[in-house]
Structure formats: C-alpha cells, structure tokens
Design a protein around this ligand. Structure first.
Ligand SMILES: Nc1ncnc2c1ncn2[C@@H]1O[C@H](COP(=O)(O)OP(=O)(O)OP(=O)(O)O)[C@@H](O)[C@H]1O
Length: 291
C-alpha cells in the first residue's frame, strides 16, 4: 500500500470553536477521495491542513512515501492579481522550478483547454469568477502534483470547463496524480471518486458507495403527482411548482416516457444522471439524488 498522507487525531480549534475534533485519515496513491458534508462542517479547514497551509491545533500529519508535491485549488482563488493569466501562471511555474520550455508549451495548452484565450490580455483581477477559478485550477496542476486538492472546484465553472476539468483529472490519474476534493451537489466529478467521507460534528465517517448507476431524470407537466407516485418504477419524485421531476432506471425510462405521453402529460426534459446513493458504515445516510 502506497500512502501519500497519513493524518492522526487531527484537531482544529478556532477561538473556542472545535471545527475538527479527532480526524484520522489515510490518503493512498491512486485512490481519489471526496470529503462531503454540510456548510461550515470543516471541509475547507481539513483540506487546508492537508495542503500544508494551515496547522492543526493538535495531531500529526505524515507523508510516509516521500516529500510529496501537492497542488491546491482553494474554494475562492485570490482576485486581486495584477497579472494576466499567462504571466501569473509563468511566475508560479518558475517559483515551482518548472523549466521555461515546459511552461511555454503547457501554459498556452491549458489556456486553450479552459477557453481563456479571449481574456488572456486582461489582468486576473478583471476576470469573471469562473475564469479566475480556471486560473486557480491551472496553477495547481502545472507542476503535475502527486496529490491534487480541490475545494469545491465545480462551483462557478461553465459546462465546458466542468467537462475539461473531468477530462484533465482522468488524464492526471493515469499519470499518477491522486485527487482529494470536496463538493456539495452531486456532479460530474463524483464518477472519479473511489472513497467518500462524511464530515460532521468534527469527525469523519467513511461512506459506502453503492455501484454508480446511470439513471434518467424526466421533467414533466400536466400529470397528477398522485398518479405518478403510484408507479413502481419511479425511484424518486419531487414537485417543483407545476412540474414533476422523476428519477427512473435507464431500463424503465422508455416505458415511463410512453406512459406519460399516453396519459397526455407533457415531457419538458430528459437527462442522464448518476445515482450516488451513499450511506456510512453504520448504515445511516441518505439518498443523495440530484441533477
Ligand atoms: N480562519 C478562521 N478563523 C476562525 N474561524 C474559522 C476560520 N476558518 C474557518 N472557520 C470556521 O470554521 C468552521 C468550518 O469552516 P470551513 O470553511 O472549514 O467549513 P466548510 O465545510 O468548508 O464550509 P462550506 O461548505 O460552507 O464551504 C466555520 O464555522 C468557520 O466559520
């Protein structure tokens, strides 16, 4: 087993507020990890401690294999930067000891992949939130880290950038980078997660992950929710104003769509989604279905 980071009994107190009470965690090479939990439960604090930019109040952190190279994407990347994306990335690359040849090849490539060409002459402080986030991601991956830590990387990214990030993370996984990330909503990145942990009341619990299943989301109108509720194939239903949103297994979706049309319902949307049903070792937890 090749461990990158080992946390033992980590505690973090701000003033008299215990954020992390007793967190122990092993991060193994090639096993991507997600830390999930509600607002203010300490996910960012834990990620900052693992990234080495914040000290725990007590407890220990080891890097058993060797000195590892860590890339860190904060939840909010600093805005007040009076450099263009290219200049800034070059500067960060040089600080990290990356050769000019490498930087001249890789930076334009990342700028193009994240569609930053159009804003490449602007200072970072004048970019949109999503574009600043992209620069924040690129600065963390430039040096091909052993461990890449991403704090809610999806929020603020457009659909293209989300896909590009997913592709990049898969490429980096193949080249040996391990990913540690956090997010709130179910999203496209959960497909790369091997183990998820739930953080609450200052401690973490490993979550079991049922096999990821492709499902269909069907959004419809003009049908009574009582009728739809009675269909056995409907795994989950929610009502949003006049619309009903259903989740069904892919195998049942054609039959459900036909039934809706036969009953003169109107179909507004059909999407692929992933069922990420998680529960912790004690069998608690919930149905985290979302788009
Ligand atoms: N530098 C700090 N000084 C004092 N309190 C802090 C500091 N950083 C975080 N906290 C507090 O620690 C708690 C956990 O914050 P943290 O940002 O780690 O949570 P989170 O799970 O990442 O939240 P969110 O999902 O909302 O981003 C919060 O109550 C927060 O106010």
């Amino acid at each position: 087993m090749n461990k990158l980071v080992e946390l033992k009994n980590i505690k973090k107190v701000y003033a008299s507020n215990y954020v992390l009470r007793d967190v122990s965690l092993s991060i193994e090479k090639n096993k991507n990890i997600a830390i999930l939990g509600g607002n203010g439960t300490g996910k960012s604090t834990l990620l900052r401690i693992i990234a080495g930019i914040e000290r725990p109040s007590s407890g220990e952190i080891y890097h058993p294999s060797k000195e590892i190279n860590i890339g860190y994407v904060p939840e909010r990347f600093p805005k007040n930067i009076r450099f263009t994306p290219g200049e800034y990335l070059h500067y960060i690359g040089k600080i990290n000891g990356i050769s000019t040849v490498n930087l001249q090849k890789n930076i334009p490539d990342y700028i193009q992949r994240f569609q930053l060409e159009e804003v490449s002459n602007k200072w970072i402080m004048n970019l949109s939130k999503g574009n600043i986030q992209k620069v924040g991601i690129i600065q963390a991956i430039l040096d091909k880290p052993d461990l890449l830590i991403l704090d809610e990387p999806i929020s603020g990214l457009d659909a293209h950038a989300q896909q590009e990030l997913l592709k990049l993370l898969k490429e980096m996984n193949e080249e040996g980078t391990t990913v540690l990330l956090t997010y709130h909503e179910s999203n496209i990145l959960e497909g790369i997660v091997d183990t998820a942990y739930h953080l609450s009341n200052g401690s973490i619990t490993k979550m079991k992950q049922k096999k990821l299943q492709e499902m269909k989301l069907i959004e419809l109108e003009k049908l009574d929710d009582g009728i739809v509720m009675s269909w056995d194939e409907v795994l989950f239903m929610k009502k949003v104003e006049s619309k009903l949103i259903l989740y069904v297994h892919v195998r049942d979706s054609d039959m459900i769509l036909t039934r809706i049309l036969q009953l003169k319902g109107s179909i507004r949307r059909v999407d692929n989604v992933v069922d990420f049903y998680l529960h912790d070792e004690k069998g608690q937890g919930g149905n985290n279905l979302s788009e």
